[in-house]
Ligand binder design. Structure first.
Ligand code: TEU
Ligand code: CA
Length: 559
């Protein structure tokens, strides 16, 4: 196995809560995943990434962990996990775990001990701070810094018993660990090694670029709602590379060739991503950057949705392709459990749903990098269309609703934003078949099943050679068969064209040209595109040249 096997691999993300329920409680679980392994193997994916399944109070659906070495009972038992891991390996697939170590749950024993007293041996494992001088605890403005939380409101929570605040960049039930403390780091490394000893194949590291904060903690520039922007003071902070290199030495040395490591890094620049993924620096294999999924956020934030500017999207993705070209490595994604469904967002989820889903898939998978498929994306699942705030479950959406309403947005305007951008769009149950709960559960699903499951479902697609599912399977097989997909260089074509996304890949005399019309109108192709044999497309009997039909994609090969 070559040490960069993951360049030829495709990763499939499972959000266990919404994947498959096996016991009728309405919550997906590990035994449900086991029932669907043949489906995943048939699709052809190489690696499964599981969103968190650890013991958790579920303030943020498992991204708030109270025991890193236990399975949450709602997902099953450790025996179920061991069986799952063995069955994944039997099928020659690998299993990557989510690693959430920027923060724990406030119910984690480490935090319980830390909060117990100012003199606790673990006090310094988290960020504690008294109110600003002249302020009392909990008084508005008394927070040690002015930062805004990702989930609305201040990042500081007053703790009455000890008279201090603690820091939480996310929910108040997700206190940030203090990575300055070497004991914290060692505890994390020990836990990671424990999972690797069990046989898991790597980690997807949640917000791992937020672990090093600028010291001393200080105010950020003033921002929305009277709160400040702390982002530049905690994203890709001064010791991030040092911590990642230390983690590599302590946890991965000697076994990294077999593993896949990917760091989720909101706000990361190509310069920092290159440092993280340069193999000689021994940090991580790849990162998730956010530039392309922030492209439609407006001045009022992510729920202030702007129309897609395709030229800008291409320039962002093209920049990442060239900056991580010779060293370093990209990961490629449209969707995950935090993003709306790409066919609704950048495609056409009406008349051209299947065709646009295929075009977007081809454009993504054939760039240079490791592609990630989020559950249901391979079916062209759409946004949820949840119409009232009572339908939403995600804490970010619920908090944003209150915050935006308080800022004067109408209910209709907030719901419009949520329908486009809420994380719940990605979290509705996977649509397996046409039965009442889409084959997800026999009970009541924790989040509504989307109505279109009666015709948009896996059962209808797996035996249909023309389906979105079949197209994803072709794309995956194509990557496995054609080295140019993983290893070829990249050149953007027609960068200024507002309809066409086109690029060229080349390796050892093999040239692959991908040309897609990401619009609902016919599009012209210019002379830079060139020709070749049509090896993949989304229209029956299509030609390899001439204008592109709405949402048509062509993959041309010449040698
Ligand atoms: O997400 C981090 C992140 O920066 C965003 O994607 C965030 O979730 C949100 O969309 C901001 O608008 C990771 C996880 O993927 C997410 O599910 C967790 O809620 C978060 O970290 C905290 O663990
Ligand atoms: Ca269940």
């Amino acid at each position: 196995m070559s040490s960069d096997w993951w360049k030829s691999a495709v990763v499939y993300q499972i959000y266990p809560r919404s994947f498959q329920d096996s016991n009728g409680d309405g919550i997906g679980d590990l035994n449900g995943i086991r029932q669907r392994l043949d489906y995943l193997h048939d699709l052809g994916v190489d690696v499964l990434w599981l969103s968190p399944i650890y013991e958790s109070p579920h303030a943020d659906n498992g991204y708030d962990i109270s025991d890193y070495q236990a399975i949450d009972p709602s997902f099953g038992s450790m025996a179920d996990f061991d069986a799952l891991l063995a069955e994944v390996h039997e099928r020659d697939m690998r299993l990557v775990m989510d690693l959430v170590v920027n923060h724990t749950s406030d119910e984690h024993p480490w935090f319980l001990e830390s909060q117990a007293s100012k003199r606790s041996a673990k006090r310094d494992w988290y960020w504690w701070s008294p109110p600003r001088p002249e302020y009392s605890l909990g008084q508005e403005g008394g927070e040690p810094t002015n930062w805004r939380s990702f989930f609305s409101g201040p990042v500081w929570e007053p703790h009455e018993d000890s008279g201090e605040y603690y820091l939480h960049l996310f929910h108040k039930k997700q206190p940030d660990l203090n990575w300055e403390n070497p004991e914290v780091r060692q505890a994390v490394y020990t836990m990671m090694s424990w999972w690797l000893d069990k046989g898991v194949d790597g980690f997807r590291m949640d917000v791992i670029n937020l672990i090093s904060k600028v010291l001393p903690l200080q105010d950020g520039a003033p921002g929305a709602g009277g709160l400040g922007n702390g982002f530049p003071l905690y994203a890709c902070g001064p010791r991030m590379h040092e911590f990642l290199q230390e983690m590599h030495r302590e946890v991965f040395d000697g076994r990294d060739a077999e593993l896949l490591t990917v760091g989720e890094m909101p706000g990361v620049t190509p310069e920092d991503a290159l440092l993280v993924t340069d193999p000689d620096r021994r940090e991580l294999d790849m990162v998730f950057q956010f530039d392309h999924v922030d492209v439609d956020h407006g001045p009022g934030g992510k729920f202030d949705v702007q129309p897609l500017d395709l030229v800008r999207l291409k320039s962002i993705l093209g920049r990442w392709q060239s900056e991580l070209g010779e060293r370093g490595w990209n990961s490629l994604y449209w969707d995950n459990h935090d993003q709306p469904r790409v066919v609704s967002r950048f495609g056409d989820d009406g008349e051209h749903r299947a065709r646009s889903a295929k075009a977007l898939a081809a454009v993504l998978h054939l760039m240079r990098g490791t592609p990630y498929i989020y559950q249901g994306e391979e079916l062209g699942m759409t946004n949820a269309g949840l119409a009232t705030i009572d339908d939403y479950r995600d804490v970010e959406s619920l908090n944003a609703y209150d915050e935006l309403r308080a800022q004067g947005w109408t209910d209709a305007k907030v719901i419009e934003g949520l329908q486009a951008m809420s994380r719940d769009n990605a979290r509705t149950p996977v649509q397996w078949d046409a039965s009442p709960h889409a084959g997800f559960t026999t009970g009541t699903p924790w989040l509504k099943v989307t109505g279109n499951h009666t015709w948009l479902n896996a059962a209808a697609q797996v035996d249909d050679s023309d389906s979105v599912w079949a197209f994803y399977r072709e794309l995956i097989a194509f990557r496995h068969a054609e080295p140019v997909v993983a290893h070829g260089d990249f050149q953007m074509l027609m960068p200024e064209d507002p309809q066409v996304f086109a690029y060229r890949r080349a390796l050892d005399g093999v040239v692959l040209t991908v040309v897609a019309n990401l619009s609902g109108q016919t599009a012209e192709v210019d002379g830079s595109v060139g020709g070749g044999e049509l090896v993949l497309g989304n229209i029956d009997g299509a030609s390899s040249e001439g204008p592109l039909a709405p949402w048509e994609v062509r993959v041309l090969r010449s040698a």
